[in-house]
Design a protein around this ligand. Sequence first.
Ligand code: PRX
Length: 650
Amino acid sequence: MEQSDNGNSIISSGVFNHNVGKYLSVQENSLQNRDAFWSEHARIIDWYSTWTKVLDDSKKPFYKWFKDGKLNVSYNCVDRHLKNNRRNKAAFIWIGENGEEKIVTYQGLYRRVNAFARTLLDSGLGKGDCITIYMPMIIETVVAMLAAARIGVVFTLVFSGFGSDALAERIRDSNSKLLITADGGFRNGKIVDLKKIADEALDKASDIETVIVYKRTGHDIDMKEGRDFWWDKIVKDDFLPVPPEVMDSSDPLYILYTSGTTGKPKGIVHGSGGYSVWVANTLKWAFDPGEDDRWWCAADIGWVTGHSYIVFAPLLLGLTSILYEGSILYPDPSRMWQIVERYGVNQLYTSPTAIRSLMRHGNHYPDACDLSSLKVLGTVGEPINPAAWEWFYKVIGKGRCPVIDTYWQTETGGFIISPSVNLGLPNLKPGSATFPMPSVEPYVLSEEGSPTRNGEKGFLCVKGTWPGMMLTINNDPSRYMDVYFSRFPGYYYSGDYAIQDEEGYFWLLGRADEVLKVSGHRLGTIEIEDALVSVDGIAEAAVFGKPDAVKGDAIVAFVVLREGHHRTPDFVTQTKKIIRESLGPITVPDEIHVVNNLPKTRSGKIMRRVLKAIYLNQVPGDISTLESGATVEEIKEAMDLFRKQNKDLL
Ligand code: PRX
């Protein structure tokens, strides 16, 4: 490891293919000859008929990639591999939290997907309908996604850690008529009662006519006559193939809800053609997995990382993937390393939070396992601090494996800034996602919209488009234009801060808006505030993230009680319980403080920035728009008291 001029360490040991010249020429070609470039790279999948135009940008920013091209994503993920010797190859090696193991070949996946597609058809579903999937990390979740895609049904998969309100909201917004769930899932040695949460959600979102329930845990659950059906009972075993529906490149594949800065979550809609081409190519470029490799994306299937890099990209490339059901800390922090050793994992893709939490448990867990199969490591979801990067690089990769820091978002479909093993690695700098993927043109812009100087912080934006970009926001195209394209005309606005250093490397510096990253999970402060004010007795709430050494952000809430309500001894415990049930465990604030007033502007907007600064004992910055200085004093007093009472915590 060397030091660069700006003091950052640079990784340039001779073990990597540092052919950055090749990367640069591919990148240039992708920009200069965009249509020819994508005509060639779109062949990574099979098309029933090719496009009339590579990119139709006549209705910007509603871009159409591979206009009029026809394909089926499920066919590309499964059927296509049956024609060659991938037929009997493992598509997934599934590992249950309690140690069970299941290997599903491409042929096996084909049978399951067809059988379930038949069930969906028999339930009266067809092209253009939408279903919701609320499942644990099991093979049947993938089967449900691919079965839907096979018959042109759009799915929305809801993270199994979300609570009943979050689920109900997504069922309603997506207009789903059918829900697929399980009796429960295993997490940290406990059962997550998915069906019970689903039942509560269905009381609030009553349009669901049919619920299919997979038996995973076998514990007692309620089944509603005429609405709920056991998966095993209604999926027919007598094999009857279902012809894949011919889909247009711009037909939606799925809707994935993600947090924004205002109101309810945004239903990000991803299409069929451009999205598939993007995720398959980006996985190949960044990680270069080989035909016989074992790829492990250790993300949750309920987030975009799971959609793109557990399900679609690896299947499109015909890879063998590891799918692990549970927590990487269960039954102890050696779980991840034991899986790497036992299954000979070659590429391991995880999050900075996971790395930090495993690092905290010491080197003896990884040191006790044989990690020599690893070739490439990767991270995603948050900025990675250099200490975690170096631990991953040295202790896990033994200095042999590049760390691929992939920067992207739900909206971008796949990686947009990342080092590329396949195209030629640059020297790596811990904490930098390095350079854009081919065809992506990122800029760091100032408040006024002009490119910043090297080293100057600004907003990460992308000029133009790329094939993996979302199609729109479900039911809300004007919000799509507003949120992403109005602030800097001609650019996609990411909502992230970044700098570009003197060598052109991109460094992502976290969110520029009111979005939190808690253990890599993207949460909107507003959603948590909405849940807090729905608690009886809470009039107002303000939420912000405080820096946390493992989780990135930890949630802190300040609340004002309604007239006549007093803080009861179990107020905090009760409030946390309500939030856990409505939004899910990851959204529960670490701290809840009761104050008489919140700092607000004269127009009544809560100044979370001021609150956070006072909380962190910093100067609150410009408070000229603050309605009353008295609140600041009050919060300071509340914090002083809290610090005194919780000396051990802080
Ligand atoms: O703030 C950035 C952060 O995660 C956000 C996107 O979150 P989500 O849509 O949930 O997707 C996560 C998985 C792609 C971004 O706006 N982020 C993601 N990757 C990185 C990152 N921040 C820094 N470095 C990264 N590599």
